[in-house]
Design a protein around this ligand. Sequence first.
Ligand code: SRM
Ligand code: SF4
Length: 580
Amino acid sequence: MTDIIAKLRDESLDDYAANESLKVNSDFLRGRLMEDMADNATGAVSPDDTQLTKFHGFYMQDDRDVRDQRRKKKLEPLYSFMVRLRIAGGRMSSQQWLTLDDVARNYANGTLRITTRQTFQYHGVFKSNLRAHLKTVNDAMIDTIAACGDVNRNVTSTANPHRSAIHRQVYDLAAEISNHLLPRTRAYHEIFLGEERVAGGPEEVTEPLYTQHYLPRKFKIGLAIPPDNETDVLTNDLAFIAIVENGELKGFNVAVGGGMGSTHGEPDTYPRRGSIIGYCDVDQTVDVAEKVMLVQRDNGDRKNRKHARLKYTVDTMGAEGFRAELEKYLGYALGEERAFEFTTTGDILGWYQGEDGQWHYGLFVENGRIRDYADDNPIHAGMQIMSGMREIARIHDGDIVLSCNQNLIITSVKPELREQIDGIIDRYRMLKDVTPLRQHSIACVAFPTCGLAMAESERYLPTLLDKFDAIMKDAGLENDPIIVRMTGCPNGCGRPFMAEIGFVGKAIGRYNLYLGGDFTGTRLNKMYRENIDETTILEELTPMIHRYAKEREVGEHFGDFVVRVGIIKATENGLDFHTA
Ligand code: SRM
Ligand code: SF4
């Protein structure tokens, strides 16, 4: 038992964040969930248990589009759950795809949502459907354990493990880290899958890594293989950057303290890009992941949840101090950082061949929403992405992989199926004209399900991009990418603070505009204008884009351009994020 855990044991938890006693008193994440599941009088679960369900991968939400209407009718909000799967590296078989598609149709709102962390979310799952939902997913060898909550979340990795032997090796490590850091409590299996409870062991056995205190806050790990940074790896609490020499995976640079979340008007909260603190060999990777997590377990701020992420622990200890503490836990020193270079955060879209000549297809999915749209849908008229993918999964026997850019990759396609897949994509109108600008865009979910949204995001960005596409065309830039990301609030789920152009919701129809992130995911952006509406957004950006077209240097990306010509200053790792 570490000093901090012993200290917490001896102290009253009254001075700590409310979630701390909740975790300790939850009987290893069971709470009253068994009773809540049996209570048919309400679609909700009790307030304390809404925190616990997160550890099991689902969140209680209500449909914000109908909130007022229901309040007027004196009805309880239309409660349902968002269910998030744990799929390390986003990889699944076609067979699993078909099951997950069934689950969306039978137990959720008929859509699948690729998240910015390479997994699926379901929306609109009613309490009465939860157990059947989780059981069906579980039967397909996938679960939702630790997809949310104060634990290690879905581990992100290269968008295509079949691209080369190194990609496969890195993916395997991501899966191993994910399994190694899983909570061990059987609460999930008992409450949702009907497993009989056997007498609990001591804490050291039941939850050897987490203890009954779990982590101070969520914890995220990502891996990337330069020059690709499609996982946006430096936004993770812990990032592993692969070092490949002479065609061999040697090890990883280790970066700590990335994170996006901030609160409007609270300068003590800020997005931060991970700091590289050293290097580890391949066979040390899982150990380093565990020990970084334990240093955070024991040193993270458990009194103030807004200050509890690893990034604040790193800033409190200093990167060097953090490394020294980590090395005590490891019992050995990290190596020194090795040279690497990122060139992109994008996915490869369309057909391409891997190292062994196999074919893969990257499919652009706008904001990750997989569904069938009606013919009169104003933005995605007639696109049948869900049915098309079902058709593809029926004939394709390789893997399908989700990406952190909310796209998907159909991997290792038999050559004779290529034409058929092209035919399906065409027939189901799965792709509309997609400019490089749109291909590099991300929007978070926001309304109507996200309880924290202040403005629209997924439902609005496509319309705004139609207007940007026109401006880009006018400026002769229709073939150029700019990374545009939007979120409905400053929690940063679409990683807007790493975008070349970031929009962060402030109120309905109003956004803060951020500029100056780079194309490769290594520099944070900075606020340029606060609380502006669409008219002002277009007024601000139109001349800037035209100027970029005229004055850019060869190969210069928009984010670098606005910094070079002095439109915005580069940010010093988030610490000066709130100052212009
Ligand atoms: Fe997130 C909370 C959606 C990736 C930072 N995030 C939420 C919740 C659960 C809202 C809530 O707490 O009630 C959102 C559910 C919306 C809905 O209706 O579905 C939500 N986050 C998402 C997803 C689905 C966005 C998307 O459009 O894809 C992503 C799911 C990831 C996954 O599969 O695990 C998602 N969230 C992220 C990321 C990006 C990443 O991890 O690469 C971030 C920024 C990185 C980071 O963690 O700092 C992120 N989400 C947050 C935060 C701010 C955390 C903080 O440190 O302050 C919150 C709010 C919180 O935790 O209090 C949040
Ligand atoms: Fe919700 Fe904010 Fe995350 Fe968007 S960024 S999904 S609005 S919490």
